[in-house]
Design a protein around this ligand. Structure first.
Ligand SMILES: Nc1nc2c(ncn2[C@@H]2O[C@H](COP(=O)(O)OP(=O)(O)OP(=O)(O)O)[C@@H](O)[C@H]2O)c(=O)[nH]1
Ligand SMILES: [Mg+2]
Length: 333
């Protein structure tokens, strides 16, 4: 499934319940008592970061999120119930932009919900207006309106590892074999049009317990020369790999000029941001089944000058995939 990383939604906090206007008369007592209870406060809309959510696909069809209204106050001094809050869980690093007032909030905290739209206050019931309740009309009998906001949500990807390289290098094939993702794979350029995310299944120790945290891999559409200037699909997605911890640079083993290919992609990084260039990087020589071992050795020798770890791999050779899995697990995100 393609990654949903940019959505527009409306959030609506609940309205406050109305205060009640009610009078109690007791037989034999000439006085009347005001006994209208207050309305309940409307629920608010909160956002909180969660590591269990990896994109914004919950908003693929749901475009409005609303908290509940507060209940109206009732006679006999009964107060209306508070409206239930709405808590929206998003991946850490989600930007919430309120364009109408140029306000931007980044949701990072995993423990504290951030208030984004406040529920309306409950209206006062007339029990507050004793003893002259008949003469005073309560001022704010009607509950306050809940805040309503149009928000633009942008996710800056939080994958641990980014698979990058030229189109057709075999990035999506690796994502598919290493994770639970099911990206489209094709023997042509630009098969991948949007980044895909996948989670590496946690390894298990001898007791069968899952070991370590989960590791998230992303592949992004192939980069070509000029990507940082907007050519191909590249630049839109470079921002997604800015936050990954490690890059896996995929190069087809059959590449006729492997040094040039490597440098082309690196140059695009440099043009985009120095930060990307300085990120830890491993070179994966992909599709090793398609070249002789002599050719593979030559390619490795050529790439050595970049002083990176070099890992040859083929999706058709299980041992090479297992070695790659071990390498990924050794990163301990
Ligand atoms: N023989 C062989 N073919 C492979 C291997 N890995 C990928 N391929 C083939 O290479 C082609 C491209 O694979 P993809 O995984 O779609 O490549 P990509 O880098 O994601 O391509 P874009 O999305 O276009 O950038 C497909 O036809 C794959 O079947 C491999 O290890 N061995
Ligand atoms: Mg692809």
């Amino acid at each position: 499934m393609a990654l949903i990383d940019d959505v527009r939604i409306k959030v609506k906090a609940g309205n406050g319940g109305n205060g009640a206007k009610s009078f109690l008369t007791i037989t034999g007592n000439p006085k009347t008592f005001a006994d209208g209870g207050n309305g309940g406060r409307g629920g608010s809309v909160y956002f909180q970061a969660s590591n269990n959510i990896s994109d914004l696909s919950q908003f693929r069809f749901t475009k409005v999120v609303a908290a509940k209204n507060g209940q109206n106050g009732m006679k006999k001094n009964l107060f209306g119930k508070k409206g239930e809050d709405a808590l929206i869980l998003v991946p850490p690093g989600t930007q919430i932009i309120n364009e109408s007032i140029d306000e931007q909030t980044e949701i990072i905290d995993l423990d504290v919900p951030i208030l984004i739209a406040k529920g309306g206050g409950g209206g006062q019931g007339n029990h507050n207006y004793k003893p002259d309740a008949r003469r005073y009309v309560p001022q704010n009998e009607v509950g306050g309106a809940g805040e309503e906001k149009d928000l633009h949500l942008i996710l800056n990807l939080i994958a641990d590892i980014g698979l990058i390289g030229l189109p057709n290098a075999g990035k999506s094939s690796l994502l598919k074999i290493l994770t639970n993702a099911t990206p489209k794979i094709g023997d042509y350029l630009f098969t991948t049009l949007e980044p895909n995310l996948g989670t590496v299944p946690a390894s298990h120790d001898s007791q069968g317990d899952a070991g370590g945290g989960k590791i998230i891999l992303a592949d992004i559409p192939g980069l070509i020369e000029g990507a940082s200037l907007g050519k191909g699909l590249g630049v839109k997605f470079l921002k997604h790999i800015e936050k990954t911890k490690i890059l896996m640079h995929c190069i087809d083993a059959q590449d006729a000029d492997i040094l040039k290919t490597y440098e082309t992609v690196r140059r695009e990084f440099k043009e985009y941001s120095q930060k990307l260039l300085e990120k830890e990087e491993i070179i994966l020589i992909t599709k090793k089944d398609l070249v002789s071992s002599k050719k593979l050795k030559e390619q490795i020798t050529l790439l050595k000058k970049f002083k990176r770890k070099i890992q040859p791999v083929s999706i058709y050779e299980e041992t090479s995939i297992n070695t790659l899995k071990e390498l990924i697990e050794s990163f301990k995100m």
